[in-house]
Design a protein around this ligand. Structure first.
Ligand code: CA
Length: 708
């Protein structure tokens, strides 16, 4: 109880220790690698040369006070070094840098320790994630980074393990399984560490899981607490009062699916209140009618939750999307800041939620201060200032008819982290406009381990002809927004070629850094958005950038790599095609002269497809099965974004036996393509093959018409 009753005493003592440690300054070779503790993290602003936790500080502002690289000299920024990662899948991690060593992750949960000055590899750790687990990961087999603490590096693996590594050697010290591995859980998030406890959530809300956050002892790996985000079977005792409260907002048999609500990315921590904050994901399935048929808020789906960091005890929740039917996860960046609102100092938590609204919430009480849409929103007219609930409009739950709306499951903003500069008072936010089609699926039946949305995914299919597709693509927009969270207004924006651009970094040098989907890394004037610097990365650059110093030199780093969900699903809208190179960590400094090899992005010629002989109804049936089971990895209209094979080009579609061996017999499960024999019959597989042949012929004809 001591900490709850007198939080300031503990913080003051902690801060004193931290400031003393920080006063030592510079590099600390004597104290060993990854020598990070609570005192040092609390004093992170006195130690800006290091980036010691995911969002740099517990507030997760992704603001660095470093100013050696600034608006007047950023034009001289050049590549200092690059390091090639071990895989060609998506790169979403923010590196950690402590005392001259960088800790980075890449796809399949691989960890790298590098000399932060030179890029020299110190060690690499491969957790050897079974590749068939990739089937349970909706959004590519990515990882968003490590946590470090007292000489150890902590990584959560795609298959649900939490592993502590020796920061000096990369050797595992302990490993615990944090999920029921018989269920389709995955983990892609970076763990966070508070008071010697390493916190981690999980993913998998479409596949059949019940979400939760766990806290493990950093020394031993012992489970300290666990907070479920949705209630379990109501005929059994609830884990806590919060679950009893949440269960009153549900009906039906949601627990037989798992319910969803997986907390899969963002966290933040406030030392003053000792509250840990995290965001939760969508319900399982998406359409509420198939999950909780009589409605209800369905707590704690699509919510921001605060718990006591030591005990996991519920403190408050704020649900951004009650009764979510649209995959409006509330897992985007949670940013703590001290703002002056209406003349009063307010301690707030902020989120640019997937649902299109920017929320400013009192972080001690969880009460809404303000909310405003930061992108066009067609499903709600605003947020009720009293209840904090969106004011839904029209047939937004698509009960009467299918609907196309903004935002969609891609969100007005997704996992790509936003930043906040205390210098400008602005939030820098990768925003986007991607429409989504939703319709009810009356034939829905839950399939454990498969993609379960209960929406009529046929409607999500893009128009088959090229012209209509191009029009759809033109409706897609992406831009960097500087948002004033006090007035809830856009201050400036920088337009991009399309959606799905990178996370942001704000610096004391008056800069905002951001990568783009079309393969650039840019710097802007934080005050007015003027573009000041841009460089080719030759690959989608989506991760959160960061900055650090070694020997007094400032560096800016960003992970770059082809992949992530947009490239799996929306290949038609992706500008970069070709055979993806392995991902890289790119590190820039003033006067840097290193270069990147140019990738070969020459399009592969469309091979002559097999003749389309199947009856139209077979193709239609195959299309439906494709959309249910294949689309999430192989893309709308079978157009690959390059991450997974483009099936229209595959020789398999002309060979029924070979196709069957892959689709129904798991011939390529070691590459992540599992057997679908549990959900597809022989005739279904043949129908899918017929559909792919049809798409291949359409694509081939278009390529020929375009002279390719
Ligand atoms: Ca989701």
């Amino acid at each position: 109880m001591g900490r709850r009753l007198a939080p300031w005493a503990g913080v003051a003592a902690w801060l004193a220790v931290g400031l003393a440690a920080a006063a030592l300054g510079g590099c600390h070779p004597g104290r060993g690698p990854a020598a990070v503790d609570g005192a040092r993290l609390l004093a992170a602003d006195q130690d800006p040369g290091n980036w010691m936790s995911h969002g740099r500080t517990y507030s997760e502002q992704r603001f660095s006070p470093l100013d050696k690289i600034n608006t007047s000299n950023v034009k001289d920024l050049g590549l200092a070094w690059s390091f090639e990662l071990s895989t060609n899948r998506g790169v979403e991690a923010t590196p950690i840098v402590v005392d001259g060593t960088m800790y980075m992750t890449s796809a399949w949960s691989m960890v790298y320790a590098l000399n932060a000055k030179t890029g020299q590899l110190l060690w690499r750790y491969d957790p050897k994630v079974p590749r068939e687990v990739g089937h349970n990961a909706c959004c590519d087999v990515v990882n968003r980074g490590v946590a470090v603490w007292k000489g150890r590096v902590y990584v959560a693996t795609l298959d649900g393990r939490l592993v502590a590594l020796d920061a000096k050697t990369g050797a595992p010290v302990w490993s615990v399984v944090t999920v029921d591995q018989s269920k389709p859980y995955t983990i892609t998030m970076a763990p966070r560490i508070v008071h010697g406890k390493v916190m981690v959530g999980n993913s998998g809300s479409e596949y059949g899981v019940r979400g939760y956050v766990s806290a493990y002892d950093t020394d031993s790996g012992k489970l300290i607490w666990r907070f479920f985000t949705v209630p379990g079977d109501p005929s059994k005792p609830f884990e806590n009062q919060a679950m009893a409260m949440a269960a009153k907002t549900w009906n039906g048999v949601w627990w037989t699916f798992g319910g969803g609500g997986s907390p899969w990315d963002s966290m933040a921590y406030d030392p003053e209140t000792n509250l840990l904050y995290f965001g939760t994901g969508n319900g399982l399935p998406w359409d509420q009618k198939a999950r909780s048929p009589k409605g209800g808020d369905n707590l704690f789906l699509s919510s921001i939750i605060a718990v006591n960091a030591d005990t996991g005890a519920y403190a408050w929740h704020f649900q951004t999307t009650p009764g979510d039917s649209w995959d409006f996860d509330s897992t985007q960046t949670l940013t703590l800041a001290d703002l002056t609102i209406g003349g009063q100092p307010r301690k707030v938590i902020m989120q640019a939620s997937k649902n299109g609204f920017f929320y400013v919430i009192d972080r001690a009480s969880g009460k809404l201060i303000s909310a405003k849409n930061y992108v066009p929103v067609t499903w709600a007219s605003g947020v009720d200032p009293v209840t904090g609930k969106p004011i839904e409009i029209g047939d937004d739950h698509y009960r009467k008819a299918p609907t196309v709306m903004f935002p969609s499951s891609f969100g007005g903003h997704n996992w790509q982290p936003m930043s906040f500069s205390p210098k400008t008072g602005l939030v820098y936010l990768p925003a986007q406009e991607v429409p989504g089609a939703y319709g009810t699926d009356d034939k829905f039946a839950f399939n454990p381990g498969q993609w379960n949305t209960a929406t009529n995914t046929d409607l999500n299919t893009l128009p088959p002809d090229a012209k209509a597709r191009a029009a759809m693509k033109n409706a897609f927009k992406g831009y960097l927004v500087a948002w004033d969270p006090v007035s809830q207004k856009e201050v400036w924006r920088a337009e991009h070629k399309g959606p799905w651009n990178g996370g942001t970094l704000a610096t004391g040098g008056g800069l905002v850094f951001q990568g783009t989907a079309d393969g650039h890394f840019n710097a802007y004037d934080a005050a007015n958005g003027h573009p000041l610097w841009s460089t080719d990365t030759y690959t989608s650059t989506l991760a959160g950038p960061m900055t650090y110093t070694v020997d007094g030199q400032q560096y800016v780093a960003v992970g770059a790599g082809f992949g992530s969900v947009f490239y799996l699903v929306a290949g038609f809208a992706v500008d970069l095609h070709g055979t993806p190179d392995n991902g890289r960590i790119l590190v820039y400094k003033l006067g840097g002269t290193a270069t990147l090899p140019k990738p070969n992005l020459t399009p592969i010629p469309f091979p002559q497809p097999p003749k389309a002989t199947a009856a139209a109804d077979v193709v239609t049936a195959g299309h439906s099965k494709y959309n249910r089971y294949c689309l999430v990895c192989h893309g709308y209209n079978a157009i690959s974004g390059g991450v997974t094979p483009d099936l229209r080009y595959s020789a398999l579609i002309g060979d029924p036996a070979a196709f069957k061996s892959v689709v129904l017999e798991g011939a390529r499960k070691d590459a992540g393509m599992v057997s679908f024999a549990g959900v597809l019959k022989d005739s279904d597989a043949e129908a899918v093959r017929a559909y792919l042949i049809s798409e291949a012929n359409a694509g081939y004809a278009q390529a020929k018409a375009a002279g390719k």
